[in-house]
Design a protein. Structure first.
Length: 336
């Protein structure tokens, strides 16, 4: 029998990688995409300019055809884990050193990569940001910072960043997280894990589908009033292909619910066992499907010498209207 990669949730393990969709750009297409981003930057001056974000879904039609096809399959395919576009042009010398902190990372030289990430993202959905994260920026930065080596946020390095659904505490969380590695010389891996629906015992699945879990805001958010901690389910949607919502560091079973604690322990061990490395090398863009997989990052040794790993990140939703209750007014993309 011939094995056919149909991208269904019942794939045998040896075909699991078919849920990692990878496109290697030709140099010609990489240059064309970069040139489009550069012309957008010239017009709009910044990657998170409001008019640019609004126009991006139209401008993105000018991206090379293989890129549009690749991202359209990610938009359509309900079982994809990650969608990667490798081989983007990043001029390391022109980029300059990796900044020491996210607040210094919105550099002029890095804007063009933010623009390219926004253009790619626009083929999947709409970019959103958080008032409580990186000062409300829409294109954020991930880089190691001194003093945060063992923190629970993406500025960490020495400590593994535990797997999580991005912004799992919020109903306005992203459908995809987009990461653009401007620099990842050491190829520090991002990690992903999914729920293998066939292996979840019936009773565990039933408990995980009920709102018996406290979803605390993760440490990347600065809330003035402290965490709300809503009661939420961990699994939703079709049992064969559940939508996953969980954070290894910030979810708890509700007080006194031993059965929920047992189910949480089961899925935690299951996701630990399924955790897979996905290297996003320098010049690669990776869209993580935030419904199908949790993600994190392996530990690494930061040099703090200007050569450290540096990623641009966007959150995006399929339906901006869904996030409207979380936004102050219809014109802003910032939640909170
Ligand atoms: O650094 C990475 O590869 C992932 C970081 C991450 O999970 C995040 O910033 O939310
Ligand atoms: Fe994350």
């Amino acid at each position: 029998m011939t094995a056919v990669a149909t991208a269904t949730p019942t794939l045998p393990d040896h075909l699991a990688d078919s849920r990692h969709h990878v496109l290697d750009l030709t140099l010609r297409d990489a240059r064309a995409a970069h040139a489009l981003a550069a012309s957008c930057l010239e017009t709009y001056k910044a990657a998170d300019d409001r008019r640019f974000l609004d126009e991006a879904p139209v401008l993105a039609h000018e991206l090379p055809l293989p890129v549009r096809r690749h991202l359209n399959s990610a938009r359509r395919d309900e079982a994809t884990h990650v969608t990667v576009i490798r081989g983007n042009v990043v001029d390391q010398a022109a980029l300059g050193p990796t900044p020491a902190h996210w607040s210094e990372a919105d550099t002029e030289a890095s804007q063009v990569y933010g623009c390219l990430l926004v253009l790619y993202a626009a083929l999947l959905g709409d970019v959103t940001g958080w008032a409580t994260q990186q000062a409300g920026r829409l294109v954020t930065d991930i880089l190691p910072s001194k003093g945060f080596e063992t923190s629970l946020i993406s500025a960490s390095s020495e400590l593994e960043l535990a797997w999580h659904t991005e912004d799992a505490f919020s109903p306005y969380r992203a459908d995809w997280v987009g990461l653009f590695a401007l620099r990842n010389a050491a190829e520090v891996p991002t990690t992903v894990a999914h729920v293998d629906a066939r292996r979840v015992p019936e009773r565990v699945r039933a408990v995980l589908s009920e709102p018996r879990f406290v979803a605390l805001p993760d440490a990347a958010h600065e809330f003035a009033d402290g965490p709300a901690g809503d009661l939420v389910p961990i699994l939703e949607g079709h049992p064969d292909l559940p939508v996953l919502r969980i954070d290894r560091d910030f979810f708890r079973a509700r007080e006194g619910d031993a059965e929920a604690a047992g189910a949480l322990a089961w899925i935690t061990a299951h996701l630990d066992a399924n955790l897979t490395d996905v290297v996003v090398p320098t010049g690669a863009v990776c869209f993580v499907d935030n419904r199908n997989v949790v993600h994190g990052r392996r530990r690494f040794r930061a040099g703090f010498d200007g050569g450290d790993r540096w990623l641009k990140r966007v959150n995006l939703v399929r339906d901006l209207r869904r996030t409207r209750p979380g936004r102050l007014d219809g014109a802003t993309r910032v939640i909170g």
